[in-house]
Design a protein around this ligand. Structure first.
Ligand code: IMP
Ligand code: MG
Length: 189
C-alpha cells in the first residue's frame, strides 16, 4: 500500500468485479429489444469520459459493455476562484461529436455536490440528444448540494475524501489501482 494511504476502501479486485457488473447493467439499458423491435437509435452508444478523473474507470467500463459504442471526451472546470464550486461549469475541452439524436452515457469518477453533473446534463440536453445518462464510479449522496441522481453507480461512500483509480489530491494518486483514504498528514497537517 502507498505510504500516504490510511485505508483501502475498495481493492483493485473489488473495482474490477463491480465494473463488470456495471458494464452488464449499461448493456441491458441500451440493448435492443428484439421482440418489440424497440431499441436504441441507429447510431452506437456514445460514451463520454470526463477528463481527467474518469480515465481509468472509463477504459475499464467501455471494455465491459458489449454493444456498438463510440467514445469522446470532455474536460470541465468550475467558474470562479476559491475552493467552493460556484456550480457553473466551463467547458475546457468540448466534444468532437454532434450528439443530436444520440444516446449519450457520461462517465465520471465521483459525484459529490452534484453541481458539475447537474450543470453538464443541462448543457448536453440543450444539444438535442436522444438520451443522456450518467455512470459514476463513486457516489457521495450525503454531500449533495443540488438534486442529482446518477443512473449507474459503482460504489456509494460517506463523506470522506478518496483518491486512486482516477481520483486525485493536488493532481496526484490517480494511478493507484485501488480507492483509498489519504492520511491526514498529507493534507499539510
Ligand atoms: P461535484 O459533484 O460538482 O461537487 O464535483 C465532483 C468533482 O469533485 C469530481 O469530479 C472530483 O473531481 C471532485 N471530488 C469530489 N470528491 C472527491 C474525492 O473524494 N476525491 C477526489 N476528488 C473529488
Ligand atoms: Mg472530476
Amino acid at each position: 500500500m502507498h505510504p500516504d494511504i490510511q485505508e483501502i476502501l475498495f481493492s483493485q479486485e473489488q473495482i474490477a468485479a463491480r465494473v463488470h457488473e456495471l458494464g452488464a447493467a449499461v448493456a441491458a439499458q441500451y440493448a435492443p429489444v428484439p421482440s418489440s423491435g424497440e431499441g436504441p437509435a441507429g447510431r452506437p452508444l456514445l460514451a463520454v469520459g470526463i477528463l481527467k478523473g474518469s480515465v481509468p474507470f472509463f477504459a475499464d467500463l467501455i471494455r465491459a459493455v458489449p454493444l456498438p459504442l463510440e467514445i469522446d471526451f470532455m474536460a470541465l472546470s468550475s467558474y470562479g476562484c476559491g475552493t467552493v464550486s460556484s456550480g457553473e461549469v466551463r467547458i475546457a475541452k468540448d466534444l468532437g461529436t454532434d450528439i443530436a439524436g444520440r444516446d449519450v452515457l457520461v462517465v465520471e469518477d465521483i459525484v459529490d455536490s452534484g453541481r458539475t453533473l447537474a450543470c453538464l446534463k443541462r448543457l448536453l440536453a440543450a444539444r438535442g440528444p436522444r438520451s443522456v445518462r450518467v455512470c459514476t464510479l463513486l457516489d457521495k449522496p450525503s454531500r449533495r448540494a443540488v438534486p442529482f441522481e446518477p443512473d449507474f453507480v459503482g460504489f456509494t461512500v460517506g463523506d470522506v475524501f478518496v483518491v486512486g483509480c482516477g481520483m486525485d489530491y493536488a493532481g496526484r494518486y490517480r494511478n493507484l489501482p485501488y480507492i483509498g483514504v489519504l492520511k491526514p498528514s498529507v493534507y499539510g497537517g
